[in-house]
Design a protein around this ligand. Structure first.
Ligand code: ADP
Length: 162
C-alpha cells in the first residue's frame, strides 16, 4: 500500500483547458482526495497561452473545487510527481487513437519511476471529440466555443483572438 494513494497528478498541456479536461478532473476527485494539475511548460508544441496564463486560467476554473492545486512543471513527469510526493498519474483516454501514445508514456514512466502508476479515465462521450487543438481553431475562426470550455477559458480565448 503506497502512502500517497489518495493523491494524483493530472498532467497535460491544457492549451487551453476544456470541458473534457474538467470532466476528467472532477471524476478523478471521486477517486483521489487531492489532485495536482501539472501544466507542462516545455512542450514541443508551440502553445497559444504561456504556461503562466494556463496556470492562472485553470486556477480560476478550479477555484471552487476542493483538493485541487495547479502548478507548472518542466522536465520529466516522474520528477514532478516525486516532488509532489505523489506516484499516481491520471490521464484521459478519448479514442483508441489516444491509446498507443498513452500506453507508451505509461510504460516509460513506470521504467523511469518504479512506483509510478498511470490511471486512465475514459472520456465521456459528449467530450470525446473535444480537443484543445480544435477549440483553438474554432476560436481563431470566431466560432462559439462556450459549449466546449469553461467560461474563464472562453473569455481568455476571446481576448487572445481579439
Ligand atoms: P498532452 O499534450 O499531454 O496530451 P492535453 O492537454 O492535450 O495534454 O491532454 C491532457 C490529458 O487530458 C490527456 O490525458 C488527454 O488524453 C486528456 N484529454 C484531452 N482532451 C480530453 C477530453 N475531451 N476528454 C477527456 N480527456 C481528455
Amino acid at each position: 500500500m503506497t502512502p500517497y494513494a489518495k493523491k494524483a497528478v493530472f498532467p497535460g498541456s491544457f492549451d487551453p483547458f476544456t470541458n473534457g479536461h474538467l470532466d476528467i478532473l472532477k471524476r478523478a476527485l471521486r477517486i483521489f482526495d487531492y489532485v495536482t494539475i501539472g501544466v507542462l511548460a516545455n512542450s514541443s508544441k508551440q502553445p497559444l497561452f504561456t504556461v503562466e496564463e494556463r496556470v492562472a486560467i485553470i486556477q480560476q476554473v478550479c477555484v471552487e473545487l476542493p483538493g485541487v492545486s495547479v502548478r507548472s512543471f518542466s522536465g520529466l513527469l516522474v520528477d514532478f510527481a516525486r516532488a509532489e510526493k505523489c506516484d499516481i498519474i491520471v490521464r484521459g483516454l478519448r479514442a483508441i487513437s489516444d491509446y498507443d501514445y498513452e500506453a507508451q508514456m505509461a510504460l516509460i514512466n513506470r521504467r523511469l519511476g518504479e512506483s509510478i502508476e498511470t490511471c486512465f479515465l475514459v472520456a465521456r462521450e459528449e467530450y470525446s471529440y473535444v480537443s484543445s487543438t480544435l477549440i483553438k481553431q474554432i476560436a481563431n475562426l470566431r466560432g462559439d466555443v462556450a459549449q466546449f470550455v469553461p467560461p474563464a477559458v472562453a473569455r481568455a480565448l476571446a481576448e487572445k483572438f481579439g
